[in-house]
Design a protein. Sequence first.
Lengths: 345, 496
Amino acid sequence: MRFIKSDINIDFFSKRKTAFGISVVLILISIVSLVIHKGPRYGIDFVGGTLIQVKFLSPSSLTEIKSGLSTVDLGKSSVQLFGDPKDNEYLIRTDKSAMTGKGFSSQVKTALESATGSAVEIRRVEMVGPQVGKDLREKALFAMFYALLFITVYISGRFELKWILSGVMAGTLIGAVSFLSIFKVSIPFLIIAALIVTLVFFWFLKLKYAMGAIVALIHDVTITVGIFSILDKEFTLPLIAALLTIIGYSLNDTIIVFDRIRENLRKHQKNPLEIIVNRSINETLSRTILTSLTTLVVVVSLFVLGGGIIHDFAFAMIIGVLIGTYSSIFVASPIILVLQEGRKK
Amino acid sequence: MWPHKKINLGLDLQGGMHLVLEVDTIKAVESTIERITHELRGFLKKERIRHLGINRVEDTKILLIIPDNDQIEKFDTLLDKEFKDLRILSRSTEDGNQTILMDLPGKETDLIQKLATEQALETIRNRIDQFGVSEPDIRLQGERRILIQLPGIKDTQRAKELIGKTALLEFKLVDETHNINDALKGNTPPGSEILYHVAEDPETRRVRKTPYLLKRRTLLTGAYLTEARVEIDSQFNEPYVSIKFDKKGGRIFERITGENVKKRLAIVLDNKVYSAPVIQEKIAGGEARITGNFTTEEARDLAIILRAGALPAPVQILEERTVGPSLGADSIHKGLVSMIIGGILVVLFMIIYYKGSGLIADIALILNILLIAGGLAALQATLTLPGIAGIILTIGMAVDANVLIFERIREEVGIGKTPYAAVDAGYNRATLTILDANITTLIAALVLFQFGTGPVKGFAVTLSLGVLSSLFTALFLTRIIFDYLLRYRKIKTLSI
């Protein structure tokens, strides 16, 4: 059985302007949403605060819960349903974080029990101090930036044999960023600036494969974060894990196509690059669609059955798989062409 | 068959508490400076060096005013002999009096801070050992943070109090000469302070604070304790803590009680008055009782803390993650269910799409999962809920490698090669691609491992193990199966 016929020949190349347009629109929407919401909606992992997951043994209304909570000194707080409605589980979140040492959870439990008349079970308590949250935010950004750099070195080496060049570039960038981070520079801006510098390096050093791959990855991460922002979902630590996985996974796809391009370049040296790229995408289409499908099957199963905590993680993965596949075809490969054309001029 | 006994379960799967404490090492420096000031005062008196006042100022500095020149010379000699570590920040002379400002240099304060953190770690470890938690994990994190993991713990409030209490035990005399009401209005006499006895009425839950006017000077501290035990008072059937001092402490205690018969001695723990009994007579033998309307549990916890010793500096809880056991069990359940269902779906799909070869891939897949489980057990790594997600993800991605190979083989068959040659070419062509793709995922996983904590680290571990095992099964294992079938079973056409 096969989904894709072996002699398939979709003209991806001609569609690239449309695809470019769609990508730009998606990225713009993401950035606009992030700006409007003043950044991603950070969970307590990143801004500090306290989170309590409670389970009511008999169904209770949100108003009862909120009135119960008002008797406890919570600061700015929010309550929302968590997971399956029939589980009667709620997440209570406050921005105060110095409280768990003082019997905070038992206070909340008693208050809720008297307000709703239902037995209450504290399933989970998480408290993160504000400094820890800030540290984690910065660490996450560094982690993703370094991952991108290491990947750059690997790709430039494998596909263009430019190990030393890319290695030196990555080394200087890591050094510069670490050095600058000692001063009180705003870390997000530092990383964004570093990314832009990296891309500029790519252009001038003609690391076209790395450029294609990294631009596709930035594209994927930005849109995933953007969708989370648009849907007003919380940005937590497991989400960073999802983003790094998406980076690895989207790269998978991209490399498969690049590999084919490299192989076809050797075999059909006379053909223009556009034809080769198009051909390569078509040849790998079957495999690309298939892996995305099997991974989707598995991730959807996680999404549906995995429970509240895994839910958001699985959602991010679903977006990532879809966007990752799309970007390997419509973002990474055309970039190589753009750089190639740039050189010819 | 599932080796779940040998695999460590993360806190999010077995329930328990994760705490990150930060030691207030600056306070440790402050206490040291305070102690040095006290010692210096004593030496100045002993050497008969006249001075107009020596005090701790600006938290970590010592200010001394000396009236005339030859005293200054004597002071300098004293400094060189007994206080070599002190650093002189400034000297200024006014009206014939020299004002000297001193502190400890950075190297010394760094050492104090480091020792404070290490000692806090040991004390906390002591306390937790006595509390009786199975397999606690207590370790340093960074320069002044302590990471504590207590799996399976149920009474989290009690554990937090036990861990976080500074537990500085002090004995101070009650100031009987001054009026406590004057002091409460704001006129606290020098050398005295107001501390409170805090009691919670168990029925009304109202907290009552009773003030005591105490002489500020600490006569004896818990550092001299050798023992602390819970005993039951036979008369009132109430638990109390019986403490015993070491020889030196016993002598000090004897002297204090001897000099202050009929006066009240306050027992202060962390600046809260526990009790202030009247000294009936001189007490030799260094034993005393701490009473205070305890429950047996409170008495036991107090005894634990006194035995383990006081924390050298206060600690603050920076981060806490507590998972109740029922949630842990639920998470395992949900994780396993999604893994099984996802796995079955993929297995079926592979068979339908790739037929016989799909079956081979499925065998590889099952082996993959076993390898990951084995890897986790062998490395004593911790399986967390995101870790289970990582395994599930590997299921989807492991298939990728097989798909690559199979698609290649289909291509080669399409060109017209014999089964054996097609398989050979398929593997050869695909290997490099598979390596490239998987190594980049591995890079992402390794970065995540470096940066992540707890559950996320667990995810990075299973993802890495998954990548490695799928490389092995896809490139090596399935190849062997194919070879076996082609060579010894002489299959003519590939079921692919």
